[in-house]
Design a binder for this molecule. Structure first.
Ligand code: AQP
Length: 350
């Protein structure tokens, strides 16, 4: 039995600060964009302090070809900037350049309980029947994620629906650390799961999450897809023969139709109810081309800008390095205090 987590503390002592990350484990998808990246930009534009990260150490919890990992990390950074992240206003970097993540991740491996980790549904989904052969890192993933967030005393984390359980675990780790050491050191983070598409589903199966590691490229829209590819993928997306209903309730047992309506709503900045009101009774022969046009109009400028930025990888590396310096300046003193709280001697002259 794992030990019970005790009462949460308040966040009154912590200034509002946002942290979130995306794995460079493949090219980013429409799911990453609508569930995470688009929100990241909104939070930056609201004027909250924002720290965003390409979590390359999370990516290697499953095999990554080294050259591809470098390429995907740069491409991820280009996607952030092309989508509207301004490296002067947000801190943008790759995780492995700031060692505080790995250091605090280890401490949290010693705070988190095996029972908590065993309940993580994402580990069960990713490991499947192969749990004896997956990396230890994949199992410990949520403790490193807690470290990513708490190394900055971040108070809010914008994520897609699939990360909700990991954020609950982050809260549990923060609370247990505070209780174990009798401190009020870590904030209890708040997930921000907002918008009409917090869980974008596969275009081939409306019960499965759209994912960059899905073996079928037809299941997802990649941020690198050109206009023609986006249109084709949407036109070929799995649907059913019924027209769109006149209420959202009518989409209850139609996961593929519901998914396309949600994607339309999120891209247009409307509610799903509004989309249903606009397209009630429409056949997919009408709705899919409208969705394809909207997706191309929203995504094509991002893809074009990504391609431009990718022509100068040295500039991307410079931006990531500068972001890492700024991130380090926040995380280092926090992690140094953690060592002190835990009882580790820090006597080196630096
Ligand atoms: N389908 C999705 N709908 C909404 N949000 C999504 N996110 C991912 N997929 C969807 C959100 O994107 C952020 C970054 O996710 P990640 O790259 O760290 O890992 P993931 O959640 O495991 O995403 P993928 O695409 O499925 O990656 P792989 O295939 O490498 O495992 C998170 O905020 C996530 O919620």
């Amino acid at each position: 039995m794992s030990e019970p987590v005790q009462t949460p503390q308040t966040n009154a002592a912590f200034r509002p600060r946002i942290f979130s990350g995306i794995q460079p484990s493949g090219g980013l998808t429409l799911g990453n964009y609508l569930g995470a990246l688009k929100r990241f930009v909104e939070k930056q534009d609201e004027g909250i302090e924002t720290i965003y990260c390409l979590v390359d150490m999370h990516a290697i919890t499953v095999w990554q070809d080294p050259d591809k990992l470098r390429q995907q990390t740069r491409e991820g950074a280009a996607a952030f900037i092309a989508a509207g992240i301004d490296p002067a206003r947000s801190i943008l970097f790759n995780q492995s350049q700031v060692t505080a993540h790995a250091e605090l991740g280890w401490i949290f491996n010693c705070v988190a309980r095996m029972g908590w980790m065993s309940r993580m549904t994402q580990f069960k989904d990713k490991a499947g029947k192969n749990s004896e052969n997956v990396s230890l890192g994949l199992f410990a993933y949520p403790a490193l994620m807690a470290a990513d967030i708490l190394a900055y005393h971040a108070t809010m984390v914008p994520v897609g629906e699939d990360q909700k359980q990991h954020l609950e675990l982050t809260r549990d780790i923060a609370i247990k650390f505070n209780n174990d050491f009798g401190v009020d050191f870590f904030p209890v983070v708040k997930p921000i799961i907002e918008g009409a598409a917090t869980r974008v589903m596969s275009l081939r199966d409306g019960t499965k999450k759209m994912s960059k590691s899905d073996p079928s490229d037809q299941s997802r829209i990649n941020l690198t897809d050109d206009a023609d590819t986006i249109s084709k993928k949407i036109r070929k997306a799995k649907t059913d023969p019924e027209p769109l209903p006149d209420t959202l309730e009518g989409l209850k047992d139609r996961p593929e139709a519901r998914n396309l309506v949600n994607i339309y709503a999120a891209l247009a900045g409307h509610s799903a109810e509004q989309v249903i009101a606009d397209f009630a009774g429409a056949q997919f022969g009408t709705f899919k081309p409208a969705l394809a046009d909207l997706a191309v109009a929203k995504l094509e400028p991002i893809t074009t800008e990504m391609n431009r930025l990718m022509k100068d990888p040295a500039e991307i590396d410079r931006i990531l390095g500068e972001g890492a310096d700024r991130a380090e300046a926040i995380a280092r003193p926090i992690v140094d205090q953690v060592y002190d709280i835990v009882g580790m001697i820090r006597s080196r002259r630096r």
